[in-house]
Design a protein around this ligand. Structure first.
Ligand code: UDP
Ligand code: MG
Length: 207
């Protein structure tokens, strides 16, 4: 009932899925018709509620286009992989990462022999960091990104398609749900992340 009320209110204010985010609209005849439809058929006839029966639908992961990816103008193609899959972008920014931030990000790798060259690489130019949201997004993103070593990465993955050597593998993806939460907090302030409703949410998920 609470869900019903929330949807009813939401859809009276923003009656068409295509109008989400435009603010309060005048209630015209067609909106009233649509609202009447909503009352008859319930929430399935209109947009979506952020309350969903699918577990983990709000899971988030950190994806970063590394300096080589930015220099090679691959940002758009990498983002497209996540958009076409159906994940939702909830945060994005371009920045020059500091060594301090990277040492926290790569805290488990500090003792590895390649760590100094990893720092040099990651500070060699701007990176684009993003937060993507959706069911199983952490695990699925690792599949989209491919093996750490591009020579092992499958064709069709980002690393498989766009890189050759492990030292220049174009993209970062969190490797666990807990790791993703830690990394997102490290790279983003809460206010930089957007909660927004996809108008086609119920074409992607069963409600
Ligand atoms: N890396 C490297 N040489 C190695 C292993 C890793 O340069 O032998 C770099 C590479 O850029 C990799 C990053 O360190 O993406 C982080 O390593 P991790 O094992 O966490 O791989 P990832 O999670 O990125 O697949
Ligand atoms: Mg890793």
């Amino acid at each position: 009932m609470v869900l019903f009320q929330r949807c009813a209110l939401k859809n009276l204010i923003l009656p068409s899925p295509y109008c989400r985010g435009w603010g309060v609209l005048p209630v015209s005849k067609s909106y009233i018709t649509e609202f009447a439809f909503f009352l008859l058929l319930g929430h399935r006839c209109t947009g979506y509620s952020t309350i969903s029966g699918i577990p983990g639908v709000r899971e988030r992961t950190l994806i970063a286009v590394k300096p080589d990816g930015v220099q090679r103008r691959l940002v758009g193609q990498i983002m497209q992989r996540f958009e076409q899959k159906g994940f939702k972008l909830v945060g994005m920014k371009m920045l020059q990462a500091s060594e301090e931030l990277l040492s926290q990000h790569y805290q488990e790798l500090r003792r590895k022999p390649f760590y100094p060259s990893l720092l040099y690489y990651m500070t060699s130019g701007p990176i684009v960091v993003m937060v993507w949201e959706g069911h199983n997004v952490v695990r699925t993103s690792r599949i989209i990104v491919g093996d750490t070593n591009p020579s092992e990465a499958q064709a069709g993955t980002v690393r498989g398609d766009f890189s050759i050597h492990i030292s220049r593998n174009v993209v970062h993806a969190s490797d666990s749900v807990e790791g993703a939460q830690r990394e997102i907090q490290l790279w983003f302030h809460q206010k930089e992340l957007m909660d927004w409703d996809c108008y086609n949410h119920n074409s992607t998920y069963e409600l």
